[in-house]
Design a protein around this ligand. Structure first.
Ligand SMILES: *Cc1c(COP(=O)(O)O)cnc(C)c1O
Length: 382
């Protein structure tokens, strides 16, 4: 869905902040959160903080009644500082130090995800009695930014881990993540089917699970349209109905991108235009190291909209970032066309950039500061 970005554009017109910068409209985040809740009634929503941890974004989601999926102690502390209830936090990162588990437990977190025997043992020791969802790896259709094999265990091992967790006094459930920016709504069906089998197998061994974590992965539109949220909700509901005919388990959802991407607009400036052989290179003050990390492998193809009017013709470009790094190229295979009159100092707007931009920026590579975020709207700080 297209967000109304007029408040952001007004802010940019009036304040003209140095570029590059990201502007997020917290009202749009609130609207997305409301839409998401309406699409999945009854499910517990845990916003994946890594998508955009700007304090006003967290404030917006606390006010919206969402919980938070945190990756470690720093995100956890940040959420608590912004007023989140520890009962609404889920420590969703399967890779965690025992002392970080103990810290989370000490701060009141009782919901974890795990995918390895040692980690289950650490949880049994440092987070006694907690809910632990065992993450399974799926042969789901490739997402735009897949997780590969880094996370999740095979379903056969998952059953062992479920029984192991129950034996340690933990409350096991099942989790999966279909990969971020997942355009195939049928991907969740594979996870739900796998989970239902594990629920039945565990029950046969005397362990009744109650929790199913459906992860994140809901895609947002950049250059190509993705299915509306309602299409995801319908596909997931029908998978749940057919796989859990006797009644649904308690559901957890961990949306990241879908709650914040459309709420953000990034403004950048052209540093240099150079014709090299057949190709016109346009170097911007935004690149892979100061905000557009997801352009790696050209996975996410952002939109670039000239701010100044360029009435003349457009032509193909290679887009690259500002740093002294040969990999700081944004797009050389993905076709892009920009005005032939584009010159140094001209500006470009990148809509749909509220997720995985500022949070991915390096701290000082080439002395370039991390992408600055301004938040506008009801919970804004700008
Ligand atoms: C990153 C992540 C999410 C959020 O994924 P999106 O694709 O942004 O919705 C949810 N859960 C876990 C465990 C994650 O690592």
């Amino acid at each position: 869905m297209c967000a109304d970005l007029s408040r952001i554009r007004r802010f940019l017109d009036e304040r003209d902040p140095p570029t590059p910068c990201l502007v997020v409209d917290t009202d749009v985040v609130a609207a997305r959160a409301a839409e998401f809740r309406a699409a999945f009634p009854g499910a517990l929503v845990r916003y994946a903080v890594k998508a955009n941890p700007a304090p006003p974004v967290l404030d917006t989601l606390v006010a919206a009644g969402a919980g938070f999926d945190v990756a470690g102690p720093a995100e956890l502390t940040l959420c608590l500082e912004r007023g989140a209830d520890p009962a609404d936090l889920a420590y969703g990162n399967p890779i965690k130090k025992p002392r970080d588990i103990a810290y989370a437990y000490g701060r009141g977190v009782r919901e974890f995800t795990s995918d390895a025997a040692d980690d289950v043992d650490h949880l049994g020791r440092h987070a006694p009695g907690s809910a632990v969802s065992i993450r399974v790896v799926l042969d789901a259709p490739d997402s735009v930014t897949p997780f590969g094999r880094k996370f999740g265990c095979e379903p056969a091992e998952a059953l062992d881990l479920v029984l192991r967790a129950a034996g340690l006094g933990l409350r096991p459930g099942i989790a999966f993540h279909v990969g971020s920016q997942q355009p195939d709504v049928a991907a969740w069906e594979i996870g739900v089917t796998t989970a239902a089998k594990l629920f039945a197998e565990a029950a046969a061994q005397g362990v009744e699970m109650t929790r199913l974590n459906l992860g994140g992965g809901f895609a947002t539109t950049h250059r190509t349209a993705v299915p509306p949220l309602a299409a995801y909700a319908t596909a997931i509901a029908s998978a749940l109905d057919s796989c859990f005919p006797a009644g649904r388990p308690d559901l957890l959802l961990e949306p990241g991108r879908v709650l914040v991407a459309d709420a953000g607009l990034l403004r950048a400036e052209v540093v240099l235009v150079a014709n090299r052989g057949e190709r016109r290179w346009v170097y911007l003050d935004i690149g892979r190291y100061n905000g557009l990390a997801e352009a790696e492998n050209e996975a996410i193809a952002y939109r670039f909209e000239p701010v100044e009017p360029h009435p003349g013709p457009v032509g193909p470009v290679v887009l690259a970032g500002p740093t002294c790094d040969g990999d700081d190229v944004l797009y050389q295979r993905t076709p892009y066309e920009l005005p032939l009159s584009l010159r140094t100092g001209d500006r470009l707007d990148l809509p749909g950039t509220g997720a995985y931009t500022a949070s991915y920026a390096s701290v000082a590579f080439n002395g370039i500061e991390p992408l600055r975020t301004y938040c506008v709207g009801r919970w804004g700080d700008a």
